[in-house]
Design a protein. Structure first.
Length: 474
């Protein structure tokens, strides 16, 4: 029995951390029982049990024997029928096992809902808060929802840093018996909420569960069930390929909350010096950079003392003006004096920044991800209504046939599927080795190949029960 748990000890990573304690506990209990059964129990019987011991059966065993004996006689009298029936049963359940699909872990009902809301990069905290309040108000209209609360941006203790345009919303649901329609499933409620919030403009959403969301993020850095990582060099090309992959992924049955991470779209102001004009005026790019830095970031002009505390005094533009291209164009840039000019008598001459540089509003990269030293972009999705294994298989086939990947770009699959694939590969090696060890132990106990194989037939017959249970669960 202890050998059965050997494959679990072969698991690594997250799956190993989850199942090792359970396997260790069972093996330790069995090992303790084995030691006590060959040491303490015989000694206790020798001391405590006196005289002749009569062998008796309790009521349960008597009834079980009465039921089993006629069934055993029936089976022995019809061995061909029983043998063929068992083979057909194994074949039928074996075929059914190919239709069950595969999951890394079964989805547990946490009762509550987690909603990950994303807005346009560059959205300010005030606007994000206003949009979040509108979202919470719409969700609170559902009678099944008991409480809604959110977290925007990064807290002072940055254990979970996020930009202001990203929010985590948690929906605490009432007990099902308190719902207007107790027969409504949680999935139906999630679908209704998704339909309602999609009417609110300016947002993208992922709907999942609180623990499940954190678990997925812990595994692959992505809060969804499936992550497609596209690797390459050029950010613009990555964004184009990612957008195509997101469109294809949305076609796969069972895919929900398909989105590409916000890799670009951050509003920026670009100041591009006109080098010919700078040369005519005797200016350098460094002069322009220093002037712009002083105006926007500030320049230290002194110190302010309050008791034993000191504060730097900075002079800079108003923050609202530093975001205005027209205001930036009016920043005066000092032209160097001629080498023969008298510094005390000659006045400095200034030229507006807008005359010696092009000031443009552009969209810059919102984030640049690197993994193994390579740029990448992530397309993610949640899986609902089907198993993860078949979803990935269909996705891989679709991407292989229809996704246009330029030379030097490639695709990897992550999320919980990565752990499922890793565990499956290990178990495909360890499980056969364990079965061979069990056969060896049986042969050592019975010294007969025939008896060993007869007893070992219990393994495929036992698997039929597990497959039937999984089928009924689905």
């Amino acid at each position: 029995i202890m050998l059965v748990y050997l494959p679990i000890f072969a698991l690594t990573g997250v799956e190993g951390k989850m199942f090792h304690p359970m396997a260790f506990t069972v093996v330790a209990a069995l090992l303790g029982a084995l030691i006590f059964s060959i040491t303490f129990v015989p000694a206790a019987i020798a001391i405590l049990v006196k005289g002749k011991v009569n062998e008796e059966e309790n009521f349960v065993m008597t009834k079980a024997r009465q039921l089993y004996q006629p069934l055993l006689k029936l089976a022995l009298n019809n061995t061909p029928v029983v043998f063929i029936t068992a083979l057909l049963f194994i074949a039928a359940t074996g075929y059914q096992s190919t239709r069950l699909g595969s999951e890394f872990l079964p989805q547990l009902d946490e009762h509550d809902i987690a909603l990950h809301a994303m807005r346009i990069p560059g959205t300010g905290i005030d606007q994000a808060t206003e949009m979040q309040l509108l979202l919470e108000k719409r969700i609170a209209e559902f009678p099944e929802v008991k409480q809604v609360f959110s977290k925007i941006g990064t807290a002072e203790i940055a254990t979970d840093p996020m930009p202001p345009n990203v929010a985590d919303t948690f929906l605490i649901l009432k007990e099902i018996k308190d719902w207007p329609n107790p027969n409504k499933s949680k999935q139906q409620l999630v679908d209704e909420i998704r339909t309602a919030i999609e009417e609110i403009p300016g947002n993208n959403y992922e709907l999942t569960q609180p623990i499940e969301m954190r678990f997925n993020e812990l595994i692959s850095g992505v809060r969804a069930d499936v992550a497609l990582r596209i690797y390459g060099d050029d950010l613009e090309t990555l964004a184009q390929v990612g957008a195509q992959a997101a469109q294809l992924l949305a076609k796969v049955s069972g895919g929900q909350d398909v989105r590409m991470e916000q890799a670009k779209g951050l509003p920026m102001i670009s100041v591009e010096p006109q080098r010919d004009h700078l040369a005519l005026l005797g200016l350098t790019v460094a002069d322009v950079q220093e002037t712009l830095r002083s105006a926007v970031s500030g320049i230290e002009t002194g110190l302010i003392y309050e008791g034993d505390r000191r504060f730097k005094l900075l002079v800079r533009m108003d923050e609202s003006l530093s975001k205005d291209p027209k205001a930036l164009a009016q920043i005066p840039v000092a032209i160097p004096r001629p080498t023969d000019a008298d510094e005390e008598e000659s006045e400095l001459i200034y030229v507006p920044l807008g005359e010696i540089a092009d000031i443009l509003e552009i969209e810059g990269p919102n984030q640049i991800n690197r993994r193994s030293g390579k740029r990448n972009i992530v397309v993610s999705a949640n899986v609902e209504g089907r198993d993860l294994g078949s979803f990935i298989a269909e996705t891989q086939s679709l991407m292989r046939n229809e996704l246009d990947l330029p030379a030097g770009y490639w695709l990897e699959y992550g999320g919980t599927f990565e752990q499922l694939e890793s565990a499956s590969q290990r178990l495909s090696i360890v499980v056969p080795i364990t079965l061979i060890l069990i056969i060896g132990l049986l042969y050592g106990a019975f010294s007969s190949i025939r008896d060993t194989l007869i007893i070992f037939t219990g393994v495929p017959l036992a698997l039929t029960g597990g497959i039937i249970a999984l089928t009924l669960r689905d």
